[in-house]
Design a protein. Structure first.
Lengths: 831, 468
């Protein structure tokens, strides 16, 4: 199809002129009312009901899709090329609907009967096959930036993300209406349900919001939260609307009509949605799935927790930590802070070492005068006692802590400094000597009124003086022993109970990565320049003001995700159906009607066939948002069945689709096909496939013969083949994959031990099951890999190569031949 | 088709006045359709290549290059510090100052202070250009390491090496443009040399990984484990003959040509790359200079030597990683600062050896060497004798490529906590490095998701004071 060189100059001028004509023709419907000044950008205008155009010729068209395409071709004087040969067509169809190659038998059967009926039967059976969901589910997982680990600093495993993957595959196989699919992913947890299964499915679907690349290690947790919200807004915007909303985090969108307030209206919705758990390295929320044993499990858990809590308290009272100084080393009566009665909120701490018992408490330097701690010692004998306050000193402490002593003679207040080490040695400050009487109320109260720093309470010491001393040292010892024995008995009983409970524990219910609404949903602030601490005005939660009614009424207990989902799933939403049908078109024709599948804004491209896009979108909604019906409509069109050809003027990018685009097998199909040809594919569906769980995904060793959609997807460590052959980067919404042609791919195909091993498997299988005629073997090898027979030249080259091997070296010979076929162009492309 | 700009895109992008094409006269693709073809810088470049010696984990500046007599004097004193970590964010708390654990002395004509941790680097201070006033974003290793490599703590962005590959292309078409030697898979892992939304061709090539001896590392799939020489050539000839036949049947399609070209290149790389990786031809004196053949310098010495060989052969960016596979890498001494001495012993001689070798071969004139960690360490103690991360102030050094020599830029405060005078943010360092390569950090952009992205986002200024 090369252009004659003598006419190339003319041809290029003509092609520029015609290109301009094509552009005008394509844009006329929108450009008349102006799409930049005053008028609304095409994508924000309502989807129109469009009449299917009349075409000059009619023989070729099979339906409305073809008539739209042909009409545009006729305007510039183009004709569609011939239909594809049956073998190429069936290979294309198989990959497009299932991601797998057709068997040689299917190819040959269709080659002998390439009738419309045979074709459509095949289409129907492929759409009904379970591999359909595996193929189209994978496309959705690309845009959902699905991964099974977080990436970022520490790449945390998402152990239950596979449930979302299976949910997506199942949704395609069940042909779940896209509007429902959308609702479930954004707000499944808030939707009604009639069964446990439905509840679980809907909760699992919300994993969509949580699966993003989050750096849980980020220390500024306010910033982390905003980054997560930003990722959700950007993802929802790009996935469902083809809008890049991230720009509006810091300022009004420069190109699209999205003011900063719209962004923060959405941020309020996601801000009212919970998916992070607290910690130095944060975690993600998981939710329990319902099932028969769930209630029993919870009753059991509650009982076990209660026993554990009681045991904890017992042990805490008994065993001081190693860091703390030993209670027994202190003389007299010693009370720990846990023995005192607190008023107001006191904070427990172990920050400064050298405390009594398990820690100390402080007033957080807040609400002065409203907090106090009261010790009521059990006075064993009448007499004089020296009262000492135990604390941990430091420069942030108060120098004027009021300590009120209620003794036999009345009340007295003493001021104590906690800023430096107490004069009694250690961090113990003498309060004074007082007379106490057995049986009469004696108390020591630490107050916080007018204090000039943190007030610390670690404990209280009473040292008997004079005659009280000797008795004190005897009597309490007996009491302590009795108490200790009592505690020991109780502890033994509780430990036995705990062991019994643990043994009888019902299995933990399955959990899913899923979000939930926060306890108190609320509107958010505008953050000036996107910074988490520069707050502007409060914005009521809502949607994009450019499309439809953007200010919903949200129940006070909900985030607004349900309303957001309904706003998107509204048949009148101008973007959602258009963006989705365009994604499907892209996968079947190699390029979208809007080529920038994830950007329908002004920085994206305009549609090549705006009316066809609207017709498809309207029809899609009318037919119940059915992906299967849409896909069927497209693959039975005449346009889909055209042969490939070289691009040429006047349509050098083949925007008018007068021929099929040659498409490269994606990484998954390439791998799956090699596994099919080698006979090693494990066709099992679904389930968790991560072999062993560790906290992070570093250095994960992939060993699996499952279909590629089931190979674990991590953000840290990735399967080499996915990396090399441009599988979607799970950090980004990917409606359109990059297609690179780099030497790492060539090196992989030439030298990867994996490829060579599978080439050997393929050779052994071929030699065992087929008869030994070299031509027949070659036919079979070609049909299996490329889905066609070798041409004369290919047969000559292959036979020449094989002839160099001796007859006892046939496995080696055919291994090398399969290896070569795995690397050749026609294996890697759909012609 | 997918990766080239169509006329229509071109018209739209120019019409919007943003200058979507970042490189004058070329798009993503170089002149011959190869994304890695060499491109002309925006203005005359000072350097052609860079070696980054990444000291992962955060070496302590106050124990190595940043001499703080006041800190030594205040050893043991308690001072309030504002917390930067989870749970202490923005809150003040008391911390005990800890003086440097090693003695400092002045070296060279420039009189730069170096602690006794680095006796070899001390001898070459007159070649170095110190920045004592570095500061950066993030606190934990992951976010800060990503920030150093990509200019973002959390969002997914291309790495510095990928930006350089995108802006300048390769010096040698038979070798990768950007190599990371023995990188860690932790703390951001591959994202630290990833291309994010830039075309995959600009992704860094990892050779080996942290924890494995580099002597046994190589480019993935660079050799065939079964067939070599004439046998492999015969198979390769069959492959390309089949491809030419299939290409003939298909009609014109640039992508098919690109794939055939990639196979040819890969076949040539099989010969070229192992030659570069093979250090057998190096003299005993050179090996000794890098500390190869002795412990504990052998492995890091080999990495440094490989860096020189890769640079010599035309790899534009080489990152040498002193790292491991843990979330708390190498120099991360939260407790037990004396362990710094082990890391100093393993790296000091090879680092100095590399500098001396590059200078002797005349490579230092157009090669930038960058030594540093993702952050420094706090002047206050953690536990008994550890130090915490300090992103607020730390030291790196640069060398080569027309930089001032024996020069020290900026200062931290008296105790080495905050960058005080002439602070240089990591964004500024990125801007400066791009500038040295002849690229304007504000103009080196890539359009993704509807807007133009830069390595430095909306920040960064070139630190011209560093230039001689």
């Amino acid at each position: 199809m090369a252009q004659g060189s003598s006419t190339s100059r003319f041809a290029s001028i003509a092609s520029v002129l015609l290109l301009a004509a094509v552009a005008v023709a394509q844009d006329s419907t929108y450009s008349q009312s102006g799409d930049s000044e005053g008028g609304l950008w095409w994508a924000f205008r309502p989807v129109r009901e469009v009449a299917v155009p009349k075409t000059r010729t009619t023989g070729w068209t099979r339906g409305p899709v073809d008539r739209f395409l042909l009409a545009a071709m006729e305007e510039v004087g183009l004709q569609p090329v011939q239909a594809s040969d049956p073998r190429s067509l069936i290979r294309r169809l198989h990959y497009d609907l299932t991601g797998l190659p057709p068997t040689p038998e299917v190819v040959e059967r269709f080659a002998s009967d390439p009738s419309d009926a045979a074709y459509e039967n095949l289409v129907d059976s492929l759409i009904a096959s379970r591999q359909f969901g595996e193929r189209w589910g994978r496309h959705w997982l690309d845009v959902a930036r699905f991964a099974e680990s977080s990436g970022g600093g520490r790449s945390l495993m998402f152990k239950n993300a596979w449930r979302f993957r299976d949910y997506v595959i199942d949704s395609y196989n069940a042909d779940r209406p896209f509007a429902q699919f959308l609702r479930e992913q954004l707000a499944g947890d808030l939707l009604q349900f009639e069964s446990d299964d439905q509840h679980n499915r809907q909760v699992i679907a919300t994993g969509f919001l949580e699966l993003g690349p989050t750096n849980y290690e980020q220390q500024d947790k306010q910033l982390l939260r905003m980054d997560v919200i930003d990722e959700q807004i950007d993802t929802v915007g790009r996935v469902f609307m083809g809008m890049t909303l991230g720009c509006a985090r810091c300022h009004d969108h420069k190109f699209d009509p999205v003011p900063i307030e719209d962004y923060y209206a959405l941020a309020g919705i996601f801000g009212s949605t919970e998916l992070l758990t607290r910690g130095n390295v944060s975690g993600y929320v998981e939710r329990e799935l319902r099932g028969p044993g769930l209630r029993a499990y919870h009753v059991h858990q509650k009982r076990q927790k209660s026993v554990q809590q009681q045991l904890k308290l017992l042990r805490k009272a008994k065993a001081p930590s190693k860091r703390a100084f030993q209670q027994d080393a202190l003389r007299g009566i010693v009370l720990d802070d846990v023995d005192a009665k607190r008023v107001g909120k006191w904070v427990s701490s172990t920050h400064v070492a050298g405390y009594l018992g398990r820690g100390y408490i402080h007033d957080d330097n807040k609400s002065k005068g409203k907090k106090s701690v009261r010790f009521v010692p059990d006075i064993p004998n009448d007499g004089e006692y020296e009262i000492r306050l135990i604390f941990t000193s430091g420069p942030s402490r108060a120098t004027n802590v009021p300590v009120e002593v209620t003794h036999a003679g009345g009340n007295q207040q003493v001021s104590v400094s906690q800023r430096s080490v107490g004069s009694a040695g250690g961090e113990i400050a003498p309060v004074g000597q007082f007379h106490f009487e057995k049986g009469r109320l004696g108390a020591v109260t630490v107050k916080t009124s007018s204090t000039n720093g943190h007030v610390i309470v670690d404990g209280l010491q009473l040292i008997p003086i004079g005659e009280a001393k000797e008795k004190a040292l005897r009597a309490p010892a007996d009491k302590r022993a009795a108490l200790a024995a009592q505690r020991r008995d109780r502890q033994t009983a509780l430990e036995a109970e705990l062991a019994r409970l643990k043994k009888a524990a019902p299995p933990a219910p399955p959990v899913a990565m899923a979000v939930r609404d926060v306890a108190k949903p609320k509107d958010g602030h505008v953050h000036s320049r996107g910074l988490p601490r520069t707050l502007g005005a409060v914005v009521p939660r809502g949607f994009l003001t450019v499309c439809g009614d953007a200010r919903p009424s949200i129940p006070p207990t909900e985030s607004g995700r349900r309303e957001l989902a309904e706003w998107l799933a509204d048949p009148k939403h101008p973007l959602v159906a258009r963006v989705y049908v365009n994604r499907v078109w892209h996968h079947l024709f190699g390029t979208g009607l809007v080529r920038t599948t994830d950007n329908f804004g002004k920085m994206g491209e305009r549609p090549s066939h705006p009316e066809l896009l609207d017709w498809l979108a309207a029809n899609f909604v009318r037919r119940g948002w059915s992906s299967k019906k849409l896909i069927r409509e497209l693959v039975v069109s005449a346009a889909y069945r055209l042969r490939t050809a070289a691009n040429h003027a006047p349509d050098p990018d083949n925007r008018l689709l007068s021929h099929a685009n040659r498409r490269r097998l994606d990484a998954e199909s390439l791998r799956d096909t090699i596994l099919v040809v080698s006979g090693q594919l494990d066709p099992k569906m679904g389930g968790s496939t991560i072999r062993k769980f560790s906290t992070y995904d570093y250095g994960y060793a992939f060993e699996s013969n499952r279909r590629s959609v089931y190979v674990p997807r991590f953000r840290g460590t990735r399967l080499e083949m996915f990396n090399v052959f441009d599988a979607a980067d799970p950090n980004l919404v990917t409606g359109r994959r990059i297609n690179s042609h780099v030497s790492t791919q060539a090196l992989y195909l030439m030298n990867s031990p994996w490829v060579m091993r599978h080439a050997d498997f393929a050779a052994r299988q071929l030699l065992v099951e087929a008869d030994q005629d070299v031509n027949q073997l070659l036919d079979r090898a070609y049909l299996r890999t490329i889905g066609r027979l070798p041409d004369v030249e290919e047969r000559r080259l292959a036979r020449e190569f094989l002839a160099r091997f001796s007859s006892d070296n046939q496995t080696k010979a055919w291994g090398q031949l399969f290896h070569t076929l795995f690397a050749c162009l026609d294996f890697r492309y759909l012609g | 088709m997918d990766e080239s700009l169509t006329r229509r895109q071109l018209i739209e992008q120019l019409a919007c006045g943003m200058g979507a094409l970042s490189i004058p006269g070329s798009g993503v693709l170089g002149a011959d359709g190869n994304p890695l073809a060499a491109k002309v810088p925006m203005f005359p470049a000072r350097i052609k290549r860079m070696i980054f010696l990444f000291m992962q984990g955060g070496p302590s500046h106050v124990d190595t290059f940043d001499y703080k007599p006041e800190l030594a004097k205040s050893d043991g004193k308690n001072i309030d510090f504002t917390g930067v970590r989870f749970g202490t964010f923005g809150k003040k708390s008391q911390r005990r100052l800890m003086g440097p654990l090693w003695k400092f002395r002045q070296y060279g004509e420039c009189g730069q202070y170096v602690s006794e941790l680095f006796p070899y680097q001390a001898r070459i201070v007159d070649k170095l250009c110190f920045i004592h006033s570095m500061h950066t974003n993030g606190v934990a290793h992951g976010p800060t390491t990503l920030f150093m490599h990509t200019g973002a703590t959390n969002l997914v962005r291309p790495s510095l090496g990928s930006w350089l590959g995108y802006g300048l292309g390769a010096l040698n078409p038979d070798l990768p443009v950007f190599v990371s030697l023995s990188p860690s898979t932790a703390n951001g892992g591959p994202r630290n040399y990833g291309s994010a939304f830039l075309p995959a061709a600009f992704q860094g090539t990892a050779i080996g990984r942290a924890g494995l001896p580099v002597a046994r590392a190589g480019i993935k799939n660079i050799t065939n484990s079964r067939i070599r020489g004439a046998t492999q050539l015969r198979q390769f000839e069959l492959l390309q003959a089949l491809n030419r036949e299939q290409r003939r049947r298909a009609g014109r399609d640039d992508r098919l040509d690109a794939d055939i070209g990639a196979l040819d290149l890969a076949f040539r790389m099989q010969t070229a790359a192992p030659t570069v990786m093979d250090t057998a031809g190096e003299t005993a004196a050179t090996l000794k200079l890098y500390g190869i053949g002795e412990q504990p310098t052998d492995d890091f010495g080999r990495q440094c030597l490989l860096a020189r060989r890769l640079c010599e052969s035309g790899v534009r960016v080489v990152q040498v990683n002193y790292s491991d596979q843990t979330p708390n890498p190498m120099w991360d001494q939260h407790a037990n600062m004396p362990k710094h001495a082990d890391h100093a012993l393993a790296t000091d001689k090879p680092v100095a050896g590399l500098l001396v070798d590059l200078a002797a071969r005349g490579l230092l004139d157009d090669t930038l060497v960058w030594w540093g960690g993702e952050f420094g360490r706090t002047p206050f103690a953690q536990a008994k004798d550890g130090r915490d991360h300090n992103p607020r102030g730390f030291t790196i050094w640069l060398a080569g490529g027309g930089l001032k020599q024996g020069y020290a830029h900026g200062q931290t405060d008296e105790i080495g906590h905050y960058a005080a005078d002439d602070p240089v943010h990591m964004h500024d360092l990125h801007a400066t490095i791009l500038h040295m390569f002849g690229l304007d950090h504000e103009k080196l952009t890539y359009r993704h998701a509807g807007r133009d992205f830069r390595l430095t986002d909306v920040h960064g200024k070139v630190v011209t004071q560093l230039f001689a």
